[in-house]
Design a protein around this ligand. Sequence first.
Ligand code: NAP
Ligand code: FE
Length: 364
Amino acid sequence: MMNFYMPVQVFAGKNAVKDHMPDLLKSFRGPVLLVTGASSAKKSGALDDVLAVLSEQNIKAVIYDGIRENPLLSSCMEAGRMAHDAGCDLIIGIGGGSPMDAAKSIAVYAAYPGLTEEEFYAKKWTAPLPVFEVGTTSGTGSEVTTVSVVTDSTGRKHSMSDSRLYPKASFGDPRYTMTLPLSVTLSTGADVIAHCMESFFNKKANEFSRAAAARGIRLLIEPLKKAENGEPLTLEDRSALYEASILGGLAICVTGTAFPHNVGYFLTERHGVPHGIACAVFLPRLMEHIRRNFPETADALYDAAGISEEDLKTLILGTLPALDFRLTEEEIEAELPRWENNRTVMSTLGGYTLDEIRVMLKEL
Ligand code: NAP
Ligand code: FE
């Protein structure tokens, strides 16, 4: 079986916004809500490019720049209501995964401004506003996924996936990622490796998702090695990292992620670990689990990606900073029930038991 559905118009390459956004704006009157973080949209040059295109088309822009890392649902509610009150007919997320994911949830609130938190998560909504995404990191692949990860009012990260959340179009110009600090280049690179591996070693993987995942890893090996060695990255390196992130996104569109993402959310919520790092710390364990139980699948990935298992492990470890905390036993025990029969955790090839998760968390 090789089922997939991916309706996003993707433009990834130099001048993607200037060359392709005007045509796609023709079916909108505006105003348009632009969703950004604190400064990356400006710093990367993406915001100026989008504003220039909107102004040429005489479309008014309303800006919401209140999205922070690990976006809050309350910010999405606020921005959604702002878009609703301004009569916006399109939401454009500009930034990394945080503003791009937020744009999808904001699109729901823009169409249903009265939704409560419970109704939002229970999906008591049908047609969110259309969304464009302009990516400025090379990590989440949110440009091509149905996923919006937002933090609820109790501080827990929820990964909501729904085909109605697919962006209508995505524009990724690797030039925007030239301003990424080294730490974000490494953590977003780690996120891409996690997407590709969690997808490849997933019960739902198929021919298409495996091809995308393996190619994603192959593309990022050399530029990520350069980044780890502190060498400056060229536009070509940045383009390869960006394309790898899109391929990782396409792979998880088919399969979803697996246990490292789901368990990783906890490290971000409790200890502020950047998303990619919080997932990648578990990849060496995932690799051992697959080597032990599914050796042929392990070989299939490393052969297709053109890297040995040991070298890939070294590349992953090179992205990880030292973690400056230890999890207490009470903390681990209090959290464990969250992963019992969890669908994402169980989609890992061979599944994952609470005992195995307990051991991994203790070892961190
Ligand atoms: P991010 O949280 O969007 O951004 C991280 C940091 O990088 C922020 O400080 C941001 O600044 C800065 N930044 C972004 N682009 C920059 C640029 N071009 N130049 C300089 N600085 C830049 O990071 P992310 O890793 O892309 O996204 C992580 C989020 O996505 C997490 O919440 C994660 O759970 C979610 N996620 C979603 C999916 C999915 O499928 N949708 C998959 C994996 C993860 P500003 O604050 O100024 O923007
Ligand atoms: Fe991720």
